[in-house]
Write a protein that binds this ligand. Structure first.
Ligand SMILES: Nc1ncnc2c1ncn2[C@@H]1O[C@H](COP(=O)(O)OP(=O)(O)OP(=O)(O)O)[C@@H](O)[C@H]1O
Ligand SMILES: [Mg+2]
Length: 358
């Protein structure tokens, strides 16, 4: 059993508020991902949980017990950092066994555990090598093994894959997922990569400027963002977000922008006129068919075939182009004029502060 609670957690460095009133309960066995832009406080939060930073205010509880005063080594946590400093003069097996040696685990048990954990992360063939003879991905696995071998109840991982190339990242990402499945331990994982967050998390904690801005399952966050910031952060290609104005028209509220004007669905009839923005995900935009909502006729300015999907670009002069995704098999021609549809239930509105209008 292991449950981590952050209660009104705060960290200041001089005038910088790195973490601001964080409240969060991480359940036993949960895979939690902290995600957010650089400097939003992810590492600081993780380091406070681990005991490497003292909170300015608030509590960290593990299984109900306040651990603020406990040394890192007494918190039953395993931490994997982005820079996986291995001991250069010890071979891989000795690197992995290090934590066990510190705990004075008997030699034969050390050897058995190192073997076991190396099989788990698939590095048995590396055990006799020196760290300098290992690739980045291999070193990353070794660092993971070194933490796994001490059998902590909770794993704290700070951007453990960020130094790897895209293919290796995907491979090791799947590995992390498998490990979590197998070990059934609590994982707290930090990344600024929205895709990594979406694929790994049971629950995503989105942070911005030291605060939690939204928590939820990946699908909740994706389909129900609370703000412009969250809507913009998740999804590739990103949500189309068009700045403009909500205007009271003869038949209800309308959205006016430099790119297009459309009537808004009836459910927004009580929204306050004024500045704001409209969002729609590229995969929800309809092309050449009426999706049961507003539509405009527009010229396809750019066609980007990706194989399975094709991206269509409109309004490329604007700050951000408007993108639609269609199936790769669909016949589309650059410069053709097509009906671009905005299905009612795919439209998101955000007020001038970036808060969602429902
Ligand atoms: N030791 C420190 N002294 C002073 N300021 C710090 C210190 N550590 C972090 N900060 C500041 O606290 C804020 C949060 O930093 P943190 O490292 O937690 O961000 P992060 O979300 O992990 O970002 P990244 O994605 O770049 O790793 C930043 O403004 C940073 O400059
Ligand atoms: Mg960080």
């Amino acid at each position: 059993m292991s449950r981590i609670e952050l209660v009104n957690l705060r960290k200041e460095y001089g005038n910088v508020v790195a973490v601001n009133s964080m409240d969060l309960t991480i359940e036993d066995g949960e895979f939690i991902v902290f995600v957010g832009p650089s400097g939003c406080g992810k590492t600081t939060t993780l380091r406070m949980i681990a005991g490497f930073e003292d909170p300015t205010a608030g509590d960290i509880r593990i299984n109900g017990e306040v651990v603020n005063e406990k040394e890192p080594g007494d918190r039953d946590l395993g931490m994997v950092f982005q820079s996986h400093a291995l001991f250069p003069h010890k071979n891989v097996a000795d690197n992995i066994a290090f934590g066990l040696r510190m705990k004075k685990v008997p030699k034969d048990e050390q050897a058995r555990k190192v073997q076991e954990v190396s099989e788990l992360v698939r590095i048995t063939h590396l055990l006799g090598k020196m760290p300098a003879q290992c690739s980045g991905g291999e070193s990353q696995r070794i660092a993971l093994a070194r933490t796994l071998v001490t059998e902590p109840s909770n794993f704290l991982l700070d951007e453990p894959l960020s130094s790897l190339d895209a293919k290796l990242r995907r491979e090791l990402r799947a590995e992390c997922d498998r490990l979590h499945d197998e070990l059934q331990k609590t994982f707290v994982y930090v990344t600024h990569d929205q895709e990594e967050a979406m694929t790994l998390a049971d629950r995503i904690v989105v942070m911005n400027q030291g605060k939690i801005v939204q928590m939820g399952s990946p699908m909740e966050i994706y389909s129900n963002p609370v703000s412009y910031f969250v809507a913009d952060f998740f999804g590739n290609p990103a949500m189309n977000l068009v700045e403009g104005e909500f205007v009271a028209g003869a038949n209800g509220l309308e959205f006016h922008s430099s790119q297009f004007n459309i009537p808004l669905p009836g459910k927004f009839k009580d929204a306050t006129p004024g500045k704001g923005s409209l969002g729609i995900r590229p995969e929800n935009v309809t092309i050449g068919e009426t999706g049961g909502g507003a539509s405009i006729n527009s010229e396809i300015e750019l066609v980007e075939p990706l194989g399975k999907d094709t991206l269509l670009y409109f309004g490329t002069d604007a700050d951000r182009p408007f993108v639609a995704v269609v199936e790769g098999t669909q016949e589309v021609k650059r410069h053709a004029n097509v009906d671009v549809g905005f299905p009612d239930d795919a439209i998101f509105l955000f007020d001038a502060n970036g808060d969602r209008i429902r």
